[in-house]
Design a protein around this ligand. Structure first.
Ligand code: PMP
Length: 366
């Protein structure tokens, strides 16, 4: 019997609970100044590149890599003053979050986010089959503790997300807000886990990392993509209680971290000083940009990250985005996102890129 042609085959439908889901996109266009994806504007140090290629030459490619990535975990643990068994590493912090949600969310469980926030938290939670409840942040995008109380009380989520500094707003959750949220999670009628996504943590003046220990239901995720200038390596991790890390290790695929990535990350940890220098530079450029933008007719959201959310006054966000693009400057258009009408987000770049952005913005706003 002839095999049916592909066009005649009825396509297998996706899972019912995924049929309405949209993918996560960040459109790219060719421009001179690209400030839309919160990457580092600088490549990693040249000496890292050399050390990396030297070690790559000695990899035994016919063997599986170290399954538990022990050297890399030890290095990250040393950096944060925790034990290696409190560190879980994966392919970008997105995969860290995915593993957390595969392990602790899923059908019949609830995940809470406080909006606006990083869209992948809710997106990945839905992919696991969990129910997502969206709490609201205050009008200035800070956490509203009364709302946290309401959402946690009403829904008893198994996983509660905070994102600090938050993407796309740049707002840092205060120490007292994170503590209060953790207390609410820990005191709930059902056991829950608080995930603080600190992809931009190094640019801020508060981190929840110091609050992690084996007796509190808190994990903090970080990435090598931003401050470590290694978005191309896809490497992220979390610091959390040993019992959480043990469960994640059971769920993640065996040998998920390839040999090259383990080397890349381990060697990067030798360059903490270079990384901190970049962070200082980006923070000072962020402050310079924020001040200059504040002198135009623009509302600027105070940022603790390597990007700035802003809303032009009296002009459509989309129109300003197009005006910047016409001048070959690409920023992220958030103007169509819920709760972010007319908002745009610019990533802090090199001094030259930032100047071009400011010049273009001044022209568009004139
Ligand atoms: N969390 C937040 C808040 C982010 O903005 C990003 C990157 N866009 C990530 C996690 C994921 O980063 P990565 O997978 O590159 O580590």
């Amino acid at each position: 019997m002839p095999i049916a042609s592909v066009s005649a085959v009825t396509r297998v439908p996706v899972r019912d609970d995924l049929s309405a889901l949209e993918g996560y996109h960040s459109p790219q266009v060719t421009v001179r100044v690209r400030l839309n994806t919160n990457e580092s504007p600088f490549p990693p140090p040249e000496s890292w590149r050399r050390a990396f290629s030297d070690e790559l030459a000695a990899v035994e490619w016919h063997r599986y890599p170290d399954r538990s990535a022990s050297a890399l975990r030890e290095g990250i643990a040393r950096l944060h003053g925790v034990r290696p068994d409190q560190v879980f590493v994966a392919n970008g912090s997105n995969e860290v979050l995915q593993t957390v949600l595969l392990t602790f969310a899923g059908p019949g469980r609830t995940v809470a986010t406080f909006e606006p926030t990083y869209q992948l938290h809710g997106h990945i939670a839905r992919l696991t089959g969990a129910t997502v409840v969206e709490g609201e942040r205050a009008a200035d995008f800070t956490l509203d503790l009364a709302e946290v109380h309401r959402v946690l009380g009403a829904h008893s989520p198994t996983v509660t997300f905070l994102c600090s500094p938050n993407n796309p707003t740049g707002v840092v959750d205060s120490e007292s807000d994170v503590k209060a949220t953790l207390d609410l999670v820990a005191a709930g009628p059902n056991p829950g886990l608080l995930v603080v996504d600190e992809a931009y943590g190094q640019f801020a003046d508060f981190s929840a990392l110091g609050m992690v220990n084996d007796d509190v239901p808190l994990v903090v995720s970080r990435t090598f993509s931003k401050t470590w200038s290694m978005a191309g390596a896809r490497l992220g991790y979390l610091v959390g209680p040993t019992w959480v890390v043990d469960e994640l290790d059971k769920v993640v695929l065996p040998y998920h971290l390839d040999a090259a990535k383990q080397i890349a990350g381990r060697l990067a940890l030798r360059f903490v000083d270079a990384m901190e220098e970049r962070v200082q530079f980006i923070v000072s450029e962020r402050e310079r940009l924020s001040a200059a933008m504040g002198r135009l007719s623009i509302d600027v959201v105070p940022s603790g990250a390597n990007f700035i959310l802003f809303r032009p006054q009296g002009r459509g966000g989309r129109e300003v985005w197009q005006g910047l693009l016409d001048r070959s400057v690409l920023v992220r258009d958030c103007s169509g996102w819920p709760r972010l009408a007319d908002c745009l987000r610019v990533t802090v770049g090199t001094a030259a890129e930032n100047n071009r952005f400011l010049d273009a913005l001044s022209e568009v706003m004139a």
